[in-house]
Design a protein. Structure first.
Ligand SMILES: [Zn+2]
Length: 409
């Protein structure tokens, strides 16, 4: 049996500081030291010590004092300082390559996206393009006085150990040690599956200031995230944390079989959800293209337009895909018992009527339909959510080990 590690003062301080950062990030309104101490269960003296370090290191700042009640001293609310700490998210996806630098206070500092079809692209070419994009960004962040807490890379495939891509079938990539690419090692990046990172982008206050938007899910809620592009991916979030599975591959909703005699999928099996509801499959079924022409990103607006215009082929393609999506989502809900489904990617572009239709179809197929109410929603972060989540993951390194970044004198 391994010996239990003694928890020293430093570990305790690191843990407490991590909880302070999470509490600040998840709160809709700025909290004072006293309110933070009460909410976390720390003494006011400990809280003062921790916030002093965070103020000195430019993580927090003091806002103007406000009176919390008609008696007593006015309280000074604390908020994340902006312009000092950032996370970098990068993405290589089937529809392009890009990056996003996110301020801990929630604002996007810099971002760019080169939209183009990336199927069967050489990995060296893709990483060289990303490298060219990142060099000026790294310089600019340094010039502006930013400290980068961490960087993360979103990939459409199975990623293990944070730095090894086992397979990305829509790229035709297999077993790649990502450290061989200078942009990855220079930024000490970690890699993750794009759907996992897109799901993280939807968790309020995960590692940056919670956005003040009308969104029904809170920081500790549970939901299934479905990411839809050429491939369809997914992730499970249970009480605000990603459920990764035994090997980190949980959530591959796109490869739920919805037709045993269906089309051959790129994974080698037949009738997977993405062979009916993925971008390529929809474009082919709607008669918009064939072969490599069917994966051009420019086809997506054409698909929406054809469907809205009542085109018979497009309508049939979407109808078949909706049935398949409903079947796969209902099976997912039956399996893991989660009532919130967040549908991101190309399917969020079809509008609220379709969302409500799909929600009804899933509800009708769940076993607990008399007791549970499925809520299907489009995500709040729809602009390259995986890239956004990757930047959040970068900032998460500060949240997980804050004392590792603080200078204390
Ligand atoms: Zn498959």
């Amino acid at each position: 049996m391994p010996a239990a590690r003694r928890i020293g003062q430093d570990d305790l301080r690191n843990h407490n500081m991590s909880v302070v950062l999470s509490t600040v990030a998840r709160s809709r309104t700025p909290m004072s030291r006293a309110a933070l101490a009460k909410s976390i269960g720390l003494t006011k003296a400990t809280m003062s010590l921790l916030t002093d370090i965070l103020l000195k290191n430019g993580v927090l700042r003091e806002l103007a004092p406000v009176s919390e009640s008609s008696y007593g001293r006015p309280a000074t609310p604390l908020a994340f300082e902006s312009g000092r700490w950032a996370g970098i998210g990068m993405q290589i996806n089937t529809d392009g390559v890009g990056y996003l630098a996110l301020d801990i206070s929630g604002g996007v500092v810099l971002s760019d996206w080169h939209e183009r079809t990336m199927v069967n692209v050489n990995p060296a070419t893709a990483f060289a393009e990303l490298d060219d994009m990142m060099r000026p960004v790294e310089r600019e962040l340094a010039e502006r006085g930013y400290r980068v807490a961490g960087s993360s890379l979103a990939l459409p495939g199975l990623v293990t150990n944070g730095d090894r891509l086992l397979v990305a079938r829509n790229f035709g990539w297999h077993d790649i040690d990502l450290n061989r690419y200078p942009v990855f090692s220079r930024l000490s990046a970690t890699a993750d599956n794009e759907a996992t990172l897109a799901a993280i982008a939807q968790i309020p206050g995960y590692a940056s200031q919670r956005a003040d938007r009308d969104w029904p899910l809170g920081p500790l809620d549970s939901f299934v995230y479905v990411s839809t592009d050429i491939g369809i991916g997914g992730a499970y979030v249970r009480e605000g944390q990603i459920v990764r599975g035994d090997h980190g591959f949980a959530g591959e909703i796109g490869h739920i079989c919805v037709d045993l005699r269906g089309t051959l999928c790129r994974c080698g099996r037949h009738g997977c959800l993405e062979t009916i509801a993925g971008r390529r499959a929809l474009a082919v079924a709607a008669g918009l293209g064939d072969g490599d022409a069917a994966v051009r990103t420019e086809l997506l607006p054409d698909l929406y337009a054809a469907w809205r215009g009542g085109d018979t082929k497009a309508a049939l393609a979407v109808e078949n895909a909706l049935s398949a999506l409903a079947a796969a989502l209902a099976s997912t809900v039956n399996m893991i018992d989660m009532e919130n489904i967040v549908l991101g990617g190309l399917w969020s572009g079809f509008g609220d009527g379709l969302r409500a239709d799909l929600e009804r179809r899933v509800q009708a197929q769940i076993l607990a339909r008399d007791a549970a109410r499925v809520r299907l929603m489009f995500p709040p972060v729809t602009e390259h959510p995986a890239m956004h989540g990757a930047a959040v993951m970068g900032l998460r390194r500060l949240f997980d080990n804050p004392m590792g970044f603080m200078s204390v004198d």
